[in-house]
Design a protein around this ligand. Structure first.
Ligand SMILES: Cc1ncc(COP(=O)(O)O)c(C=O)c1O
Length: 497
């Protein structure tokens, strides 16, 4: 691609950027070196033939400024939490404090090699040991494995521990109960561990009723996996009674604690009767992340499950820390090395910089922000469960459907107003769901701007629905064929001809 289209595009300062492979010209390079002052030799004379690389067809020949501008321009097509409001429900796109980044870049942390012997890694081990204690205190459990690399990985690790525990008693059991308000990864984790998933319906209030659990409970149920707060943003208020019912038949209570950001410092899952919990550090404890991950999903357990934790664990004797591989009942390794260390350092920095009072305040503010949004938008959008929410609220497109405007249209139109859309069509129990999670880090002005945009879209849906149905109008690309993009992605550039 050459000519004005290539450099200036048709959208003012939004550049119509071609691929890097389509740029440059023969012989252009991104460096300049002084003339060689030693005799030149051909690579073949210096390097064994099997290590020599052949020509790479189509490699772009570009200057340094070409490269810098190319990547800077495409970075500007992107949207991130540092650019604006990102109310992606369930994903908790809260601001990532810069102090975390300063701390993780300290050379003692950033340059520590995972193969360092324990005596040369005492600082890193101490941080992990302390972080485990903080997470145990916050969740109300006894031990925490820092291994899992994501929330879903934490679930898998937790269910593997539950299975090993039942197995140690002679019977791994067959079933896991999963409420329909649980996160979608829960049934997947259970099935991967060989369990049959038994769905439990939520009651009219959007939470699980103890009676439904009691009816499904028998001595073949290994565990219940309950997301609390659940995917409707509601607190499972019967959790303690449910836990007693499950324990009475020898089952375990697994809490998907990915939404801990709504309750940390206020109430503790261990005090509800939970035996296992995964905590998504990238959500509650502020890591830079994409939609859901990557990050880390440490798993907290009660004492009776601790022997099954993945190896190695971090232990301490006197002032000395070490990695303990000698745990005969362990489920083994679930990842390389001991943890995603950089994520741990950021979580540690976040917890230390906020302190106990700050963590509680973060949870309270997240809940306040979500309830403010919910109340302001109620009436403009259908609210299927009209009750106090926790960190997120779920609307539906029921009112807009009267004018044939759907959730997807509303989400796309928000992009014209400069906002990242919320999570859509999830949770599945709400048809046409719009799941909005503002997080605690947004100001009232930002929330009010978002509310104004949402109300304006509700008005448009009534009075000029075509505008909403054809949105977005302003981004560089409008509607993509998302199915084709998922099923036939073009991930490799090939030279023409
Ligand atoms: C409630 C809940 N459980 C589990 C997960 C899965 O976590 P991850 O995406 O880190 O695997 C998420 C993701 O956001 C979640 O919100």
């Amino acid at each position: 691609m050459t000519g004005p289209e290539r450099t200036v595009g048709t959208r003012g300062l939004v550049f119509n950027e071609p691929l890097i492979f389509e740029q440059g010209s023969p012989g252009r390079v991104g460096y300049s070196l002084p003339p060689c002052d030693v005799p030149e030799k051909k690579p073949e004379a210096l390097i064994p033939p099997h290590l020599l690389r052949g020509p790479i067809p189509g490699l772009p020949e570009v200057s340094e400024v070409d490269v810098v501008r190319h990547y800077t321009r495409i970075s500007q097509w992107n949207y991130g939490i540092d650019l604006g409001f990102y109310p992606l429900g369930s994903c908790t796109m809260k601001y990532n404090p810069r102090v975390n980044e300063d701390v993780v870049r300290l050379p003692g942390f950033s340059k520590a090699h995972p193969y360092l012997p324990d005596d040369l890694a005492q600082g890193a081990l101490e941080l992990m040991w302390e972080l485990e204690r903080y997470l145990a205190e916050i969740s109300g459990l006894d031990r925490v494995s820092l291994h899992p690399s994501a929330g879903a990985h934490g679930e898998l690790t937790g269910v593997m521990m539950i299975r090993a525990y039942h197995q140690s008693k002679g019977n791994p059991r067959r079933k896991i109960l999963i409420p329909e308000s649980a996160h979608g990864t829960n049934p997947a984790s259970s099935a991967l561990c060989g369990y049959q998933v038994v769905p439990i319906k939520s009651g009219p209030q959007g939470v699980v009723e103890p009676r439904a659990v009691a009816e499904a409970m028998d001595d073949q149920v290994a565990a219940i996996m309950i997301t609390n707060p659940n995917t409707l943003g509601l607190f499972e208020e019967h959790i303690a009674e449910i836990a007693r019912t499950v324990h009475a038949k020898g089952g375990q209570v697994y809490c998907d604690g990915a939404n801990l950001n709504a309750v940390m410092g206020i109430t503790r899952p261990g005090d509800w009767g939970v035996d296992v919990i995964q905590i998504n550090l990238h959500k509650t404890f502020s890591q830079p992340h994409g939609g859901g991950g990557p990050g880390a999903g440490p798993v907290g357990v009660r004492k009776h499950l601790a022997p099954f934790m993945p190896i190695p664990t971090v232990e301490k004797k006197g002032d000395v820390f070490w990695l303990d591989f000698d745990r005969p009942q362990s489920i083994g390794k679930v990842r390389s090395f001991a943890t995603s260390f950089g994520v741990m350092v950021r979580a540690y920095a976040y917890i230390r910089s906020l302190g106990a009072a700050g963590l509680k305040r973060a949870a309270e503010t997240a809940v306040l922000n979500a309830n403010y949004l919910m109340h302001q938008l109620k009436g403009a959008y259908h609210l299927p469960y009209d009750r106090v929410c926790k960190h997120e609220c779920v609307f539906s497109d029921a009112l807009q459907l009267q004018n044939d405007v759907k959730t997807l249209d509303i989400a796309k139109r928000l992009m014209d107003y400069g906002f990242h859309p919320p999570t859509i069509y999830f949770p599945l129990i709400v048809s046409g769901a719009l799941m909005i999670e503002p997080t605690e880090t947004e100001s009232k002005e930002t929330l009010d701007q978002f509310i104004a945009a949402m109300k304006e879209i509700a008005r448009e849906a009534k009075e000029e629905p075509d505008v909403v149905r054809a949105a977005p109008h302003k981004p560089l690309r409008s509607r993509l064929d998302e199915t084709r993009a998922a099923r036939q992605p073009i991930l490799r550039w090939k030279p023409k001809g």
